[in-house]
Design a protein around this ligand. Structure first.
Ligand SMILES: *Cc1c(COP(=O)(O)O)cnc(C)c1O
Length: 227
């Protein structure tokens, strides 16, 4: 039996340890619980243990879970999966954050479809930091233009950057995270709303925190392995 409250406690301790080692304040690192493919009963358990930020990857599954848990009014929902153009409306209407914006077309649609009477959709720009051909994420050379576009969208709030590095050994992962940290620092200088560097998952969260991550996205270490 997996014990979600225990897992969350252990991860919070890991965050404290990693932050101490990096001479950072542990309150500067928030935990996004990635609940994709897991039932709402497990999200409820995490919620009962104090977790409030949840991340999902698939649009249909996201919408269903948001509706089923609508009574938990202080949950914050993050969409972290690839975004197809024909799914932007459901994202604009159902979540609080989207971490995976990698093209102007997507940003434009989300901005048009987000209700201007509610708070703007928080947006992180996803960067293809390892330069893998087949992977989502903007190229490093596209970040400036995309950030400027998002910054001018009234219904989007530019919050920062997200990356999923290519699989590799710790040193390779660290080099990718260091590149992200540099890009993030540059963006922060340009835009005061930028405060989020979304990187680090179950297997590399310690390295990510060492490289300045402000939000780790953790699934397996909280909810167990996915099918
Ligand atoms: C699934 C997923 C995670 C969580 O990965 P774990 O290895 O289970 O911690 C984080 N970020 C993204 C974008 C994901 O798709």
């Amino acid at each position: 039996m997996i014990n979600i409250a225990d897992n969350l406690k252990a991860i919070h301790q890991d965050i404290i340890n990693a932050s101490n080692n990096a001479n950072r304040s542990s309150v500067a690192v928030s935990l996004l619980a990635v609940s994709k493919t897991k039932p709402v009963s497990l999200i409820q358990q995490a919620y009962d243990a104090g977790q409030r930020h949840f991340g999902e990857n698939y649009v249909q599954e996201t919408v269903e879970k948001v509706q089923q848990l609508a009574h938990l009014t202080d949950i914050t929902w993050h969409f972290i999966g690839p975004i197809q153009s024909n799914k932007t409306r459901q994202i604009a209407e159902n979540v609080d954050w989207a971490h995976s914006i990698d093209r102007i077309k997507t940003a434009k649609r989300l901005n048009e479809q987000r209700d201007s009477n509610i708070i703007p959709l928080n947006v992180c720009l996803q960067v293809n930091i390892s330069g893998e051909e087949s992977k989502s994420g903007a190229k490093i050379s596209e970040v400036t233009e995309l950030a400027e576009f998002i910054n001018n969208c009234p219904n989007l709030a530019l919050r920062g950057l997200m990356a999923i590095p290519a699989k590799g050994d710790d040193e390779v992962t660290k080099q990718s995270f260091i590149k992200m940290q540099t890009l993030f620092n540059q963006l922060q200088h340009q835009y005061p709303s930028v405060d989020t560097l979304s990187m680090g998952m179950s297997n590399d969260m310690t390295i990510a925190i060492d490289c300045g991550s402000t939000m780790i996205r953790v699934g397996t270490a909280i909810f167990g392995a996915r099918e």
